[in-house]
Write a protein that binds this ligand. Structure first.
Ligand code: HEC
Ligand code: HEC
Length: 242
C-alpha cells in the first residue's frame, strides 16, 4: 500500500485510506474507489484540484478535505494511489431493501445510523442507507456492510430507466458504462455502488456542480431525470454485482 494511502503526506494530504478505507471500499459519505479505472481516478483528482468537480453542500467536511488533498498531492503520489486503488477488486457490501417504513435514524458523523430504539418512520421519497454495524464502520473495517432502504417499486422502475426502456428519459447506461455496468476503459463502474453516492452524483451532475473535464456525455443523460428517477436508478444499481 503506498504511503499516501496508508498515512498521507503532512500537512495537507490526509491518508486516502482513512476515508476510503485501505481496501477502497468507501462509505455513503465518500465513494467506493476500489477497481475504478486508473485514468478515471487520475482525472477525478485533477477535477477536484481545479474545482471543476465541486459539491452542492460546499462546507461538507469530507468533500472539503478531499479537495484540499487533491490540491496538495504530488503527481507521483496521485499516480501511485490511482494505480493501487484501480488494482483492487470491489467487494459487494450493499443490500437494497424496498420498504414503506424504515428504522428511525440519527446523524452519526457524516452518515445516517440506526437509532437504538425499535421505532420506525415512513420512508417518503428518500434513500436511507445505514451501516449494519456502526462500530465496524467507524473502525474503518473494509468488510463493513450496509443496508439501503428505498421506496417500494424503486428497483423495477430503476431497471426500466437504466436499460433505456423509458426512451424519453435517458439512454441505456450500458452504452457507455459497459454491458454489465462495471465500467469500460476510462468510464467508471456504476454497478453495486452505494445508492446514496450514486444519487448524489446524478444530482450534482444535473445541477452542474460536478462539471469535470469528461462529464459532458453525462449531462445530457441526467437532464430529464427528477429526484424520484434518480432514487430508482440508484436503488437498482445498488442491487447489481460490483
Ligand atoms: C477526508 C476524506 C477523504 C480523503 C482523505 C480522501 N478522499 Fe477521496 N473522496 C472523498 C469524498 C467525500 C468523495 C466523494 C465526493 C462526492 O460525493 O462527490 C471522494 C471521492 C473520491 C474519488 C471519486 C470517486 C468516483 O467514483 O468518482 C476519487 C477517485 C478519490 N476520492 C480518490 C482519493 C484519493 C486517491 C485519496 C488520497 C490521496 C483520497 N481520495 C482521499 C473523501 C476523501
Ligand atoms: C454517452 C455515454 C454515457 C452514457 C449513456 C451514460 N454515462 Fe454515466 N458517465 C459517462 C462518463 C464519461 C462518466 C465519467 C465522467 C467523469 O469522468 O467525470 C460517467 C459517470 C457517471 C457517474 C459517476 C460515477 C462515479 O464514480 O462518480 C454516474 C453515477 C453515472 N455516470 C450514471 C449513469 C447512468 C445512471 C446512466 C444511464 C441512465 C449513464 N451514466 C449513462 C458516460 C455515460
Amino acid at each position: 500500500m503506498p504511503a499516501v494511502v496508508a498515512i498521507g503526506r503532512k500537512p495537507d494530504v490526509s491518508a486516502c485510506g482513512y476515508c476510503h478505507r485501505a481496501e477502497g471500499s468507501g462509505g455513503p459519505e465518500n465513494a467506493r474507489i476500489a477497481g475504478l479505472p486508473f485514468a478515471y481516478i487520475v482525472r477525478q483528482l485533477a477535477d477536484f484540484k481545479s474545482g471543476a468537480r465541486s459539491t452542492a453542500v460546499p462546507n461538507r467536511a469530507p468533500h472539503t478535505l478531499m479537495v484540499s488533498g487533491a490540491k496538495a498531492i504530488s503527481d507521483a503520489d496521485a499516480l501511485e494511489a490511482a494505480s493501487y486503488f484501480s488494482s483492487l477488486k470491489p467487494r459487494a457490501n450493499i443490500r437494497v431493501v424496498e420498504s414503506e417504513t424504515v428504522p428511525k435514524t440519527y446523524v452519526s458523523g457524516w452518515i445516517l445510523a440506526k437509532s437504538h430504539s425499535t421505532e420506525t418512520e415512513a420512508i417518503g421519497q428518500r434513500i436511507i442507507e445505514v451501516p449494519d454495524n456502526l462500530e465496524d464502520f467507524e473502525n474503518r473495517d473494509g468488510h463493513a456492510t450496509f443496508t439501503a432502504y428505498v421506496p417500494p417499486l424503486s428497483i423495477k422502475r430503476g431497471e426500466v430507466l437504466v436499460t433505456g426502456q423509458d426512451v424519453g428519459k435517458a439512454p441505456a447506461c450500458a452504452n457507455c458504462h459497459g454491458k454489465d455496468l462495471r465500467g469500460l476503459d476510462a468510464i467508471p463502474s456504476i454497478a453495486g455502488r452505494s445508492p446514496t453516492y450514486i444519487f448524489r452524483q446524478l444530482h450534482e451532475i444535473k445541477t452542474g456542480v460536478r462539471a469535470g473535464t469528461a462529464i459532458q456525455p453525462m449531462t445530457e443523460n441526467v437532464a430529464k431525470l427528477d429526484h424520484e428517477d434518480m432514487i430508482a436508478i440508484a436503488a437498482y444499481l445498488g442491487t447489481l454485482r460490483p
